[in-house]
Design a protein around this ligand. Sequence first.
Ligand code: F6P
Length: 474
Amino acid sequence: MVVVANRLPVRRVEHNGEMHWDLSPGGLVSALTPVLTGGAGMWIGWPGGGVEMAVPAEHEGIELRAVPLDDAEFEQFYLGFSNATLWPLYHDAVRTPTFHREWWYAYMSVNDRYARAVAGAAAPGANVWVHDYQLQLVPKMLRALRPDLRIGFFLHIPFPPQELFMQLPWRRSILEGLLGADLVGFQVQGAAANFSRVARRVVGASGTDSVLNYDGRQVRVGAFPISVDTIGLIKRASDPAVQRRARQIREELGSPDVVMLGVDRLDYTKGIDRRLIAIGELFADGLLTGPQAVLVQIGIPSREDDPHYRREREHLEQLVGEINGAYSTVGRPAIHYLYQSVEVDELVALYLAADIMLVTPLRDGMNLVAKEYVACRVDNTGALVLSEFAGASQELRDAILVNPHDLDGLKQAIRHAVDLDPNEGTARMRRMRRVVRRHDVQAWAHAFLGALRADSRHISTSPDPGLDPGSTPN
Ligand code: F6P
């Protein structure tokens, strides 16, 4: 089993003045660690630096192979094609995507390096699981080098509708790249349908949204909604020390009646400004009053070398300043804004401290913050305001669903969350918790790998929730 992802599952951390490697936090790593440990698995990815970065050959039983990027590749492959072309294009073009041929050449060459690294390392007949938009050419490149491998690909972000995808000058190559896999997985059925549609139109694949015939092979396509490490989060949320910290956070905030929380990578797709504007207007209308109501907004630094991200940060910080200037009192800000990463226990304490969680992306493949909040609400209290443009909204139907472009609707949704009858709130949270308990990240990995290992005849009749059992191959 080989996992191929843009980043390795380890990060450099400082401990007692010394640098060492640690497993990165997060669901993907915790889901795949059991599959990869014990000498049976390998992870190939970028260590976050160039060749000078010495990565251990193994960490906690997982074999590691680094694919370093030099400065030009970081600029053109990572910041450029991955995050300034594909990222905005795949997120409804909420920022105008930039198309540069040099970036495309770098994308091809880095994908080729990944494919060669896998080809040189994978055992005969191994299962290879390629992740995400940075590596869409790898399946085809790898198949050409190693036809014996079974190749799965999972896209963590949305796959855009035809009208947007068709803008991409290299749309044909991207589709051919993905169709090199045996199984292509998406977060939601709509993304799988978008992909199958353009594959039929652009490269002449035939078949249904579940099974495409291309280049004399069958490629299976399906939705595999990713989830969180629910049991791990429940354990942390039940820890008395974490619960004490949650009570302390509320006290530090001045023991308000209502604590609202936003936690996002600081990204222009997350709709953080919509939420701030809505909160500001609620204060202005007198429908929320400080210091009884506060918002804690965590913006986790991300892709800071990209001008779109820098501008977004400035925009948000100006909004926070304006709202705080108008509605705070001395020692009691209306918005507590942190631009920093947060350790997992502190994050769980924040989830426990928050009466209302605000998740308002303009477009999001899934949004795991929404699922994490639900998993952590062990006493079944709390309300989730969730954008209908997040993949998570398809499963968390008991959230208060909003269109983040509709500011009046968003204000009403936040007010609705504040006024929610406690019995109704508990019933909703119970139902949402059932969803994340039944379908956690381990179930997600199991469903995808099960589908990858199975043959297509088995899949088309399988009750596996990841694939649409109603569709049959052509
Ligand atoms: O959601 C897509 C994704 O690439 C995640 O895999 C990752 O955790 C996040 O965005 C941050 O991306 P980056 O690797 O660019 O910091």
